[in-house]
Design a protein around this ligand. Structure first.
Ligand SMILES: Cc1ncc(C[n+]2csc(CCOP(=O)(O)OP(=O)(O)O)c2C)c(N)n1
Ligand SMILES: [Mg+2]
Length: 370
């Protein structure tokens, strides 16, 4: 069994009444339930579309990890930048991207968020401050530091105020061992950059378990401490735990303009990518985690708290299934990009307002078409 499985604990608050566990309102909880269901259904239909050869290229499914993207996104403000790796559909949907733009991107259609030229691993949504979707393991970590630097520079130097932003930089446990990540952490620690390195620790980097590939596997936050970065450990299968933990961390980073590293224990219920027979882990281990399904956890807690009943849950599920079906129809109706698109969006085309200030930024045709 992997180190993650050994250390897996039932999330602390799972059995306590909702009111004791969170300040979130029933509306917020309902929103998180909806978002997690949307991600789950979206991913189920993505797998089908991939098997039907409607989606090509690499494709990594987020089922099982929904509470991480949803809880972390809820803990920050819409204007706070987010950057992530290639397992990115969940982050895009949690950030507010319409499912049709996400689906069309995977179908390689012009209506996709990157005009169908990026595919599954490159979900970008600048209006919602989502800066990718990156296919090279760890490549997003210097970008996360850079985004944090940019917002701090704008807030403190250009606008002459105090720091107002915090960047969420998600990475997998496999990225812990990339050199770029250490450079990114070093600069973040050195320059007081408000970026949170959120390690979605699902215990595996493709088929390699964390204890086979990483030193200090049971205490990975030690890696950040070497750069003066405060570390935190959270359980990732309960969206309320994730939200409450991340809210406190993000508020602290924003107020103090400091980085943080968070080890969030989670599990991907499916294979690494669409072609993974999962021979490197046991069925027993998978079942152990599947009993901790983040959607079931929140649904049960809300039923217990009288915020939803079985019929209400079924109706919500039906509504979401319809929404995802529509996104597929929309994606299929969207044309493929013209060949001339091969030459667009390669370099900066022109400049425009950046993060609501007068800083330059890239404005592409894709945004104008949206
Ligand atoms: C620099 C680099 N090396 C290797 C790969 C091949 N690769 C793709 S995904 C992956 C595993 C990464 O695992 P992790 O960071 O834990 O993320 P997870 O898939 O668990 O979400 C590897 C090695 C890559 N994309 N980039
Ligand atoms: Mg991993």
């Amino acid at each position: 069994m992997s180190a993650v499985t050994d250390t897996a604990r039932a999330s602390s608050g799972g059995r306590r009444p909702l009111a004791d566990r969170t300040s979130a309102t029933p509306d917020q909880l309902g929103h998180w339930l909806r978002q997690m269901l949307l991600i789950r259904e979206f991913e189920v239909r993505t797998m089908q579309a991939y098997q039907d050869k409607k989606i090509g290229g690499f494709c990594h499914i987020y089922i099982g990890q929904e509470a991480v993207a949803v809880g972390c996104t809820a803990a920050v403000r819409p204007e706070d930048p987010i950057v992530t790796a290639y397992r990115d559909h969940g982050h895009a949907l949690a950030r507010g991207m319409a499912p049709k733009y996400c689906m069309a991107e995977m179908f390689g259609r012009i209506g996709g968020c990157a005009k169908g030229k990026g595919g599954s691993m490159h979900m970008f949504d600048k209006p919602n401050n989502l800066f990718g979707g990156h296919g090279i393991v760890g490549a997003q970590t210097p970008l996360g530091t850079g985004l944090g630097f940019a917002t701090k520079y704008i807030d403190e130097v250009i606008e002459g105020g105090s720091n107002r932003h915090v960047t969420l930089c998600f990475l997998g446990d496999g990225a812990l061992n990339q050199g770029a990540f250490y450079e990114a952490m070093n600069l973040a620690g050195l320059f007081d950059i408000p970026v949170i390195f959120v390690v979605e620790n699902n215990g595996y980097s493709m088929g390699t378990s964390i204890d086979r590939g990483t030193t200090m596997a049971n205490r990975i936050i030690a890696k950040g401490e070497g750069c003066g970065i405060a570390g935190h450990e959270l359980e990732g299968m309960d969206v309320i735990d994730v939200y409450e933990g991340m809210k406190a961390i993000a508020d602290g980073c924003r107020a103090e303009s400091r980085p943080a590293m968070v080890d969030i224990r989670t599990y991907r219920f499916k294979g690494h990518s669409m072609s993974d027979p999962r021979k490197y882990r046991t069925r027993e281990e998978e079942e152990h985690w599947e009993t901790d399904d983040p959607i079931t956890r929140l649904r049960d807690a809300m039923i217990e708290g009288g915020m939803i009943d079985e019929d209400g849950f079924k109706a919500l599920n039906r509504e979401i299934k319809g929404e995802v079906r529509e996104s597929i129809k929309w994606a299929e109706a969207s044309p493929e990009p013209d060949l001339s698109e091969l030459y667009t969006d390669v370099y900066v085309e022109r400049f425009g307002p950046y993060l609501g200030t007068s800083m330059p930024q890239i404005v592409t045709d894709a945004e104008e078409n949206r």
